[in-house]
Ligand binder design. Sequence first.
Ligand code: PEP
Ligand code: MN
Length: 270
Amino acid sequence: MPNITYGRKWGPTPNFPCALKHKAELHPELRFIAGPCAVEGEEFIINLSNRLKEVGATMLRGGCYRYGTYPPDGNAGLQVERSSWLCTAAHEAGLPWITEVMDRMDLTYLSGADWLQIGMRHAQHYPLLRAVGEVRKPVLLKRGTWMTLDETLGAVEYLLKAGASEVAVCERGITSFEDHCRWTFSTGTIAKLKAETGLLVVGDPSHGSGDSKVVPALARSAVAAGSDGIMVEVHPDPPNSASDAEQAITIESFKHLVGQCNTIRMVNGE
Ligand code: PEP
Ligand code: MN
């Protein structure tokens, strides 16, 4: 019996037997995904990943591209080197690792990645979803800020149909009229996904808020709403982070957060 049961408004109800494999206990690595926005250097990422492992991270994240919204293309390049630094750092710390695929060509050098990430800007880039699915690895799909739940499940289906061995949906904030935070973090979507689809769900409070002051609260709210894990941008020296400095939290606050989230999990009865 398929495990995606969400009653979608438009189009046929998703029906993928492979979704049966979506069991959170099979993927404890999703629980505390942590790392910098960008892989800033080899030594940098090796030191950081060792420290993150010590304080409870279960998977290392890091952006190998450094494309920002502005200026266009300002820091791009070195993605092959950065991904090999990320891989080395993860192996040294004994952590699995994840990074974003922006182009199908990236797949040629990301064969060592444990999970592949689809960034929100590409969440409906169907040829890319298919190419990434064909690699048959687990995929973390970041919901586009404009995408409804139906549209998000459509993207999940592209990945599963192409062969992705697993898909986790990442709530990372959506566009709304509100502008006090960078995006509006939807814990309702997390709860709905868990209640009605059985998919793995991860909350990203870093991009969801853009503000390190509220990242811990949003992370706790994601876990309280039932997410299987959180993805948090952590930096040894947040103000000097090469990108997304405003939302990076310190290693110390990440450590504290891990303890709090574990308590919330117990309260949830997990
Ligand atoms: C990221 O997680 O590195 C990232 C760029 O996030 P998003 O695609 O959600 O903006
Ligand atoms: Mn970032």
